[in-house]
Design a protein around this ligand. Structure first.
Ligand code: PRP
Length: 211
C-alpha cells in the first residue's frame, strides 16, 4: 500500500480553490464536498487525506509534520519563516502586501512612523531596509480602522482589489511584495514520502501549465 499524503488546506475561499486544483490533478476526495463540519477527509484509493485548518496555521502543521504538504499564502510564509520547503506557486490567491494610509497623509521622516499591521515581521523587515524608524502596533483584524481613528499613521496589509481601502478613504502607497498561494512541504516527509510528494507536485504543476 502506498503512503498517504496528509494535506493541510486553508479553510475558506483559497482552500476551496486549492482543493479544486488537487481534484482536477487526480487527487479527488468527494466526501470533502459534502456539507458538514468535519475537518478531515480521506480517499485511500488516491492516497490523500485532507484537513481544513486556519490559514495562518497551515505552516505550523507542515513545519511540525502533522501535515506532509499544505497550501499557504506567501504572506504567512514570509511572516513566520517556517522551516519548510516551498515546492510550487499555485498562482491563486494573488494579492500584494502594501503600505496604505489616509489620502492626505504626508510622511515626516523626523518622526517615528506608527505602523498598524497583522504582519509585524514583514513590516519591520521592510522599514529596516529603508532605514525608517517605526513603532509597530500589532492588530488582529480590521487594520484599516487604525489610521482612520488615529491609532497609526499607516498600515501594512494585504490589498487584493483595493476595494476595502477605497471604501474607507485610504490609499495604497508602496507595494512591499507580491503574494500568491504556495504548495509547501514538511522537510522530513519530503524525504520519506519523496516519490508521492514529487508526483503530487508534478501533477499539480502540469495541470497549472494546461490552464
Ligand atoms: C484582507 C485585508 C483587507 C482585504 C483587502 O482581509 O486585510 O482587509 O483583504 O481586500 P481588497 O483589496 O480586495 O478589498 P481578509 O479578507 O484576508 O480578512 P482578514 O481581515 O480576516 O484577514
Amino acid at each position: 500500500m502506498k503512503n498517504m499524503i496528509n494535506i493541510a488546506l486553508p479553510k475558506g475561499r483559497l482552500g476551496e480553490k486549492a482543493y479544486a486544483i488537487f481534484e482536477k490533478a487526480g487527487y479527488e476526495c468527494p466526501s470533502i464536498r459534502e456539507e458538514n463540519r468535519k475537518l478531515i477527509f480521506e480517499n485511500p484509493e488516491k492516497g490523500v487525506r485532507y484537513f481544513w485548518v486556519k490559514p495562518s496555521d497551515v505552516v505550523i502543521y507542515v513545519e511540525r509534520g502533522a501535515a506532509d504538504v499544505g497550501i499557504a499564502g506567501k504572506d504567512i510564509i514570509l511572516e513566520y519563516s517556517p522551516n519548510i520547503y516551498e515546492l510550487a506557486d499555485l498562482g491563486i490567491g494573488k494579492c500584494r502586501m502594501a503600505v496604505a494610509c489616509k489620502q492626505d497623509f504626508c510622511d515626516n521622516r523626523e518622526r517615528t512612523l506608527r505602523v498598524a499591521t497583522k504582519f509585524p515581521h514583514i513590516a519591520r523587515t521592510y522599514y529596516n531596509g529603508i532605514s525608517r524608524e517605526i513603532d509597530i502596533i500589532k492588530l488582529n483584524g480590521s487594520i484599516e480602522l487604525a489610521p482612520i481613528l488615529g491609532l497609526s499613521d499607516v498600515i501594512v496589509d494585504i490589498v487584493e482589489t483595493g476595494k476595502t481601502l477605497l471604501e474607507n478613504d485610504l490609499e495604497p502607497r508602496e507595494t512591499i511584495v507580491d503574494i500568491s498561494a504556495r504548495l509547501v512541504a514538511n522537510k522530513v516527509a519530503y524525504k520519506f514520502k519523496n516519490q508521492e510528494i514529487r508526483k503530487l507536485c508534478e501533477d499539480v504543476e502540469a495541470l497549472l501549465r494546461e490552464d
